[in-house]
Each structure stands twice: as C-alpha cells, then as structure tokens.
Design a protein around this ligand. Sequence first.
Ligand code: DGL
Length: 269
Amino acid sequence: MDNRAIGVFDSGLGGLTAVKQLMEVLPGEDIVYFGDTGRVPYGTRSKDTIIKYVMQDIAFLKTFNIKMIVVACGTASTVALPVVRDKFDICMTGVVDEAAVCAIEATKNNKIGVIATSATIKSDAFKKKIQTLEPNANVFSQACPLFVPLVENGHFDSEVAMLVAKEYLEPLKEAGVDTLVLGCTHYPLLRGVIQKIMGYDVTLIDVGEAASKHVKRYLEENDMLSPKKEGGKCSYFVSDSVDNFAHLGSLFLERQIGEMVNKIDIEKY
Ligand code: DGL
C-alpha cells in the first residue's frame, strides 16, 4: 500500500482526459495535476524547448509527496520522456505504449490512423511502436496543430471545430482506417466531432484511457495502490489564468474544480 499521490501533467487542459479516466479506474487515489497553460501549446515547439519545459514540470510535481508521474501529454511522452526518464528517480509513464497495444487489438483491417501534434507526428513514436508490435500494420499519420488551440478555447463541438477537423481527417477517412489513435490528450475533448467525421464504425483510441489502465496495473503489481478505495482528492496547478482552466476543466470533468486550482510560477523550477 502507498498513500502518496499520483502526479500528472500536460501542457494545458488535455491531461484532464487522463485524470478523468484515472478517477474512474482508481477512485481512491489522490492526484496532483499540473497544466502548463502559460506555455501551451508544446506541440509546435522545438525538441529542446519541449525538453526544458518537461524537466520543469517534473521538478515541480516532485515537490509533492508523489509515488509516480503520468506524462499525460502525447508531445511530452514522445519528444521528451525518452530523454528525461533517466534524469529523475521516480517512475514515469507516458501515453504511447499502451495506446499502441489497444490500437492493434482494435483494428480488423490493419489500417490504423494516428492524429497528434506536429512534434509527435514528426517523432514517429506511435507509428514505430505500433509497427514494432505488429509489423504488418499500415499506419497513416496526420498532424492536427489547430486542435489544441480549439480545445483550450472551449471549441469542443462548434462549427469551426467541425470545419477544421474535416480538413485534417478526410485523408484518413479515404485511407480506410478502422482505428484512430487520438495521440494527443487534448483530442478526446473533440471526440464527438472526430467520431462524426470518421464514422461510428471507426474505433477511437483515447491515449489517456489506455495509460490509466497501465497505471492501475503498475500500482497493483507493485503493491502501491492507495489504501483508500474511494474519495481520492485532486489538486490542480496551472501556470496562467486560473479562471479559464477552472471553467473548462469543471465542464469537462463534470464537477466543480474552481476551489482546487492554483497558479504557480513554473519558471522557478
Ligand atoms: N495534450 C498535449 C499532447 O498530448 C498537447 C500538446 C500541445 O500543447 O501542443 O500532445
């Protein structure tokens, strides 16, 4: 048993999709969340900048009594995690590996789409992982750089989101993918729009959901589950306005989080 919290971070709101799943599968766990809202997006930045930001995010979370870190950001998982993992003495898990397994399990025609930020697509991390596990898989990748700003501005289901999504997703639809990895944790917030365009027979893989199953297994196997079975508490930290995050986060999590959100200066870490 281990009653320390789980640290979770993302560039902004997106990691809440992983938090929501963690709350569902591990309702007794305490969570400390950091959303780097002052520096979002990460996905259009250089590798060096993303690594610098991720090092600071981890250093901040490590000031809390935490037992592991979930890198609830596709960009940080693919671009920075392989580089920074060894620099910290704490277990860290990203969102790639388990999602790749889920995609292979889900596909029937071996045509898998991956949508993510420009940095993640450039890294080819999802494609490499999927094809290591299943060499016959055809992977079709598409960067969707406008999705993150749409989500951060609350366009979860608007006309403009629909228009942008059509533009990005049409080639994947034409390629006939039957499974689509939402390789950025912001994208499940656009799930309705994405599913509408791709069609209801296409399986969408939520990388945060996949990662939270992995976290549960890891904690169970290492006897690190919280002694509490429910009533886990979540505190939230951001690097910019509390109000926008609290408003959109409450909408998405379907619970009021305003009281639990605090602003920090991430440059200090
Ligand atoms: N949620 C992040 C991801 O999964 C968003 C990246 C960004 O900030 O551009 O990649």
